[in-house]
Design a protein. Sequence first.
Length: 314
Amino acid sequence: MNGAGFLIRRPGVMTLIQDSGRLGHHRLGLTTGGPADPLAFDWANRLCGNESGAAALEMAVGGLELDAEVATQVALCGADMPMTINGSPVEGWRSHRVNPGDRLALGFARSGVRAYLAVAGGFQLQKTLGSVSTVLREGLGGLAGRQLESGDRLPCPGASEEACLMVPRGYRPVYSGRALLRVVVGYQYEAFSEKARRQLFSAEYRVSAQSDRMGYRLEGPPLQVALPVLLSEGICAGAVQVPPDGQPIILLCDRQTIGGYPKLGAVLSVDLGQLVQLPAGGRVTFAPIDVAEARQIRLAATRQFQALQPEVCS
């Protein structure tokens, strides 16, 4: 691909190009994609002065190494992945100036799982159905619908030198290896036994190693399901789906568009970022909320993000 920007030296474990997602195509069977942790993604872009949803890199676990070919600003938010510029450690949750020839290297996550690297102006790639978000299962977006590879080039505009910005320390998420997920129960909730309903909100579950951007599989006390075969229907992000083995699956940004397993409800959208930052073995508990509470929490989170101003680095 032509155009100056960044040259990938080492792609890391799983590095994908993501923007805000491929919206409005579920009727074609195409999933949304987009960032698994929208809050970290949005902060990385905001620190670079980008419009909401600009294309950035999502890195799972770490190991990325890339060379700058332009003068610009970058920001890393999300999991605690140690980053260096030309061998010197730099802090996450803040922007940094890079110049042509600079090498950025990311280590492996010390807490959390996914981090986002944004660049001023966003990565400039051709859109597919209105988005550059990479969905591996569908082979769409990014660079030929795949993970990044050594030798890939990611075009981006240069940027004049701006003041370094940072997220105030008290507002940076903490990834502790545990997550309390608030659930709005759905219309199939009453069809589960009383025992299964009590169990969901009293038991602790572990994140299975068989978890990815499509869904997080949980392991713990099985939820007994005694429902007839259901017709497939549309599935929202955060849906708590229960297959025949009784082990819950929380569906995420790369989920299938329809499914027929019974669903207890849906995890509050603002809690999904904490979920996707859990490694295998991470602990999950659930708490019920109603629709009115969910709306209030979502609105408060949106207002806080909009009102909170990044600090100028000293």
